[in-house]
Design a protein around this ligand. Structure first.
Ligand code: NAD
Length: 294
């Protein structure tokens, strides 16, 4: 069994770390919030008092942090200056491609095996150990990381070199962010045309407009019982997180030179949604903003 340091024990990191404990690994966790560490200790893990406790004398370091600036800071002063060179580094945070590649380059130059491995599947997937991991890094690093990712997830996909995990995640969420707005506008217009949500759903869910935002996560209450729309738009995936991912998509579009006009408009709409109080609601609640506008 391996010794694993886990940094960032939030909504996603804590259940992921707990699954590693259940699988028999010795997991030492650190977070800026004390209760997150206590929760891991309560589940059989070890509590770190500082980052170094998760970095020294471990075989693997996993990070699950909010944004690129946190990943840059934690790797820049904490991991890359202290961890033994044979420590495997896995960053599961969703961050910008450029930061993922620059941290990965520094790690590689210092002799580490590192992968970026952002996830899809939300807190439910983190708890159930059914996350999808989109992994960027060299083949050898991917193979070293896979046994640990297999404990926390069920689909582990190698997307290419360092940063390609983030590229896949951002492209996926860009489609999701846009398609949620498309479904919302369409269902709001249907209501005004006198067509019920259930009628439209019965038709579109088996027609050419079918998509995940419609059939698994319909933003309108009624036809899809498990969608957040039927639970007062409790997240799920918050408006703040969708806005963050749409900003990452905009940054990736700028740095790669790709025009993304629909995604740019979608980002503006998510920013308005946040300004109107949607930050901690599920992102599908953007339907209410769209339905109320005329
Ligand atoms: P979160 O805010 O709940 O957890 C992040 C944790 O990192 C916090 O507990 C915070 O205290 C800790 N942290 C920040 N800086 C730190 C530092 N320097 N040292 C130690 N700990 C530090 O966020 P989350 O929901 O767990 O998301 C984590 C990442 O996963 C994000 O990049 C997010 O975009 C991504 N993600 C989230 C979801 C989801 O549904 N929540 C789904 C897919 C991907």
């Amino acid at each position: 069994m391996a010794k694993i340091g886990f940094i960032g024990l939030g909504n996603m990191g804590l259940p992921m770390a707990k699954n590693l404990v259940v699988a028999g690994h010795e997991v030492t966790g650190f977070d800026l919030i004390e209760e997150c560490i206590s929760s891991l200790v309560g589940a059989g893990g070890r509590g770190g008092e500082r980052i170094e406790d998760c970095v020294l004398d471990v075989n693997v370091i996993i990070t699950m942090l909010p944004e690129g600036k946190h990943v840059d800071a934690v790797y820049g002063s904490g991991i890359l200056d202290s961890a033994a060179k044979d420590t495997l580094l896995i960053d599961c945070s969703t961050i910008d491609v450029d930061t993922a590649r620059s941290v990965g380059r520094k790690a590689k130059n210092l002799g580490y095996n590192m992968v970026d491995a952002p996830v899809s599947g939300g807190t439910g997937g983190a708890e159930a150990g059914t996350l999808t991991f989109m992994v960027g890094g060299e083949e050898n690093s991917f193979n070293l990381a896979k046994p640990y990712l297999n404990i926390m997830g069920k689909n582990i996909v190698h997307a290419g070199g360092m940063g390609n995990g983030q590229a896949a995640k951002i492209c996926n969420n860009m489609i999701l962010g846009i398609s949620m707005i498309a479904v919302s506008e369409s269902f709001a217009m249907a209501e005004k045309l006198g067509l019920s949500a259930q009628n439209l759903f019965d038709i579109t869910s088996s027609s050419s407009s079918q998509c995940w935002a419609m059939t698994s996560y319909l933003p309108v209450p009624g036809p899809v019982p498990a969608s957040p729309a039927n639970n007062d738009y409790q997240p799920g995936f918050t408006g703040a997180m969708m806005a963050k991912d749409m900003k990452l998509a905009r940054d990736a579009a700028r740095s790669s030179g790709q025009k993304t006009e629909l995604a740019d408009s979608a980002l503006q709409m998510y920013e308005r949604f946040l300004a109107e109080g949607g930050s901690s609601k599920d992102f599908s609640a953007i339907y209410k903003m769209i339905n109320n506008s005329s």
